[in-house]
Design a binder for this molecule. Structure first.
Ligand code: SF4
Ligand code: SF4
Length: 678
């Protein structure tokens, strides 16, 4: 009777082969365990952070996040997405197959005397593993091809990535070595199968092992003898085994560690990171001197980075030639911790990372949105800014703005009495919400209140609110800067003072919701202020869209414009408001063309995170706002860039002049169009 199909692992090999293999396997596992411990033991020294609650729920939530991570890899780069998927799924299936084989060979057979990898089960097993092997080899070949041909510029390192003590050569070697070892193990695995089938034949139909059978035919065509095939089999078997064991041992020391740290990063990441900053751990900001200055989640993030460059690619600071790369930041921190810096002494900022890089960030969150592993760059940057601010190390522009904010509650060096002067341009008297109840408390914000270029728009907003019979009022002279950008430049004490002053005033008012025209204020009011009166905070586009849906806002005419719309970072990426402004535009009948970078991919104007207060830095490229208006102007037939943020209005109006697009592109706040369509 014919033997059912099955796998013989050590067949006629001499006894020493088995002993040598198991010794090497034990060594590889030991090296893996020690290497993993060396990396993970730092987590024990790190600062505590409350991210380990509801662990099972977090793990369950991380599984769909893998899908999110994949979608970020696929986004704008299908080649990378396909290569990564082929590699990932091929690798996971092969890993599972190896575990099943180990259980069968080392536990079931010796302990129970039975093999479950027999007959039909083995046929299916063999077929699935062949497919997984093909998937892995193709995925790896695609990745190596793109690195060798440099088809993705983001994979190349730039000066902004440079970390002290790390040579790009070493990074490039690590990038390629793991892929190469994996490819070697994969190809050698197929070759072993092919020689084995040539030597022994199959006891089952050939279609169950298509690759092995095809390779066996090729080997047969070479005319190799049976003895030669046996020797070749042994050589290839060792190559495959050593390649696989070397990979296991190498994982903790290579970027492949992201397979572990990356999943941890997804499990412990915070959905509101950056949107709601944590208060400093101590009164004296550390500037990251030693391992214990980082939280264990931050250390895990540093370990998770695969240097894919997606964050680098989308960063407006990097794009406009400022000395910051979010990938470089992660590499610099990682290399600092790996070196002597991790033991204390010098702070990372000013030594491993230059202060100019830290100040270059516009806090746009594009890096965090792009990162497939949900690494949180922004809180790291803010922590280093806190250190610089505490030491008074900042440029004069920022210093002046912070002094003015402390003295007057605004960055314009204007008296508190100037704050409500814009109301003189309004045709009716706006209610003082500190004196009488209103349905909506309008938090106007600094730019909308005090910048001469924005005041007209602010007055128009009031007129529109009035025309839709909105019951609203303002805080008038009592309002202070909401503190969103103050917090993000690292001046926590001033932020708290501004927030507490505003909250005290607002607590004394009677209202049902807060509306604001400023996305920066919107973010901090919504995410960082205590929830007042139910915590309903709306951007004016959201409020108008609600009124539109309820029929309270009706447009009386269609506007014959062809426009594009810029998603402000603090409205879109920070708070997910994408559809309300678009809904308004559609209802007004305008033709809306999207820029290539829209919604969560929107490109920052460069004003956020206090950049607007800083002196103009030396840069190698055009400013982010200039790049953005050029992007808008490239759309066919579009002559209007619609904005929904006072800072965007100012930045883009200046940028249009700077790049000579006056006459072909106009910047309009969405409220102007609403007013016109009414
Ligand atoms: S937040 Fe924006 S500017 Fe800052 S590092 Fe990230 S992408 Fe660059
Ligand atoms: S931080 Fe994230 S996006 Fe940036 S290089 Fe690392 S893994 Fe890629």
């Amino acid at each position: 009777m014919m033997e059912p199909a099955g796998r013989v692992v050590f067949d006629a090999s001499p006894g020493w082969v088995k002993i040598a293999f198991y010794s090497l396997a034990a060594t590889a596992i030991l090296v893996f365990a020690v290497g993993t411990w060396l990396r993970a033991k730092n987590f024990l020294k790190a600062r505590k952070v409350g991210r380990s609650d509801h662990l099972l729920r977090r793990i369950a939530r991380a599984i769909p996040k893998v899908t999110l991570a994949r979608s970020r890899i696929w986004r704008n780069d299908r080649f990378a997405g396909l290569a990564h998927d082929l590699l990932l799924w091929g690798f996971l299936v092969l890993l599972l197959g190896t575990l099943i084989l180990t259980v069968d060979e080392d536990f079931s057979k010796p302990l129970l005397g039975v093999s479950f990898l027999r007959g039909t089960t083995y046929l299916v097993y063999s077929f699935v593993l062949d497919l997984a092997g093909i998937s892995l080899v193709i995925g790896l070949a695609m990745m190596l091809y793109r690195r060798a041909r440099r088809t993705a510029p983001r994979l190349s390192y730039s000066e902004q990535d440079r970390a002290k003590g790390v040579s790009f050569g070493r990074l490039i070697l690590d990038d390629r070595l793991f892929l190469f070892l994996l490819l070697l193990a994969g190809i050698a695995g197929f070759a072993v199968e092919g020689v084995r089938i040539f030597r022994d034949g199959t006891s089952f139909p050939e279609e169950w092992s298509p690759v092995g059978v095809a390779l066996a035919s090729m080997i047969r065509a070479t005319g190799i003898t049976e003895e030669g095939a046996s020797a070749l089999y042994m050589g290839l078997w060792w190559l495959h085994a050593l390649g696989a064991l070397a990979l296991i041992a190498y994982i903790p020391f290579s970027k492949a560690f992201h397979a572990l740290a990356g999943f941890g990063s997804l499990v412990f990441s915070d959905e509101r990171a950056g949107r709601r900053l944590e208060s400093p751990a101590s009164a004296e900001p550390s500037g990251f001197r030693r391992t214990s200055d980082f939280t264990w989640v931050q250390l895990m993030h540093l370990d998770a980075c695969v240097r894919c460059g997606r964050c680098h690619d989308v960063c407006p600071a990097q794009t406009s030639g400022l000395p910051l790369s979010p990938r470089g930041l992660i590499l610099q921190l990682r290399s600092f911790l790996a070196g002597s810096g991790g033991n204390g002494g010098t702070p990372v900022v000013g030594n491993a990372i230059e202060a100019e890089a830290i100040w270059s960030c516009a806090t746009c969150l594009a890096c965090m949105e792009a990162c497939p592993l949900q690494i949180e760059h922004l809180p790291l940057i803010v922590e280093m800014r806190r250190y610089l601010v505490a030491r008074g190390e900042m440029d004069k522009g920022l210093q002046g703005a912070l002094t003015s904010l402390g003295r007057y509650g605004n960055s314009f060096r204007k008296s508190v009495r100037d704050r409500a002067k814009w109301t003189r341009h309004v045709s009716f008297k706006i209610k003082d919400a500190t004196q009488e109840p209103v349905e909506y408390l309008w938090f106007v914000g600094d730019y909308a209140s005090l910048d001469a270029r924005c005041q007209e728009m602010t007055a128009r907003t009031a007129e529109v609110f009035s025309r839709v019979a909105l019951d609203f009022g303002i805080l008038g002279e009592g309002e202070r800067n909401a503190g969103n950008d103050v917090r993000r430049v690292g001046e926590e004490g001033l932020f708290e003072g501004l927030r507490d002053g505003n909250v005290e005033l607002m607590r004394a008012c009677k209202f049902q919701g807060i509306v604001t025209t400023d996305p920066h204020s919107y973010n901090t009011l919504k995410n960082e202020y205590p929830a007042l009166n139910g915590g309903r905070v709306l951007h004016y586009t959201e409020l108008l869209d609600e009124l539109l849906q309820s029929g309270r806002l009706r447009f009386s005419k269609k506007l014959p414009y062809r426009v594009t719309y810029h998603d402000p970072c603090y409205l879109g990426r920070y708070n997910g408001v994408y559809e309300a402004p678009r809904g308004l535009l559609r209802a007004m009948g305008v033709e809306l063309l999207e820029m290539p970078r829209n919604r969560s991919l929107s490109f920052c104007c460069g004003a956020g995170g206090g950049r607007v207060w800083m002196e103009e830095a030396e840069r190698r490229g055009e400013r982010p706002a200039e790049l953005r208006v050029r992007e808008a102007a490239r759309l066919e037939g579009v002559d209007t860039l619609v904005v929904a943020c006072p800072k965007d209005y100012v930045m883009f109006t200046d940028a249009v002049k700077a790049v000579g697009l006056e006459g072909s592109l106009q910047i309009r706040d969405i409220i102007e169009l609403v007013e016109e369509a009414l």
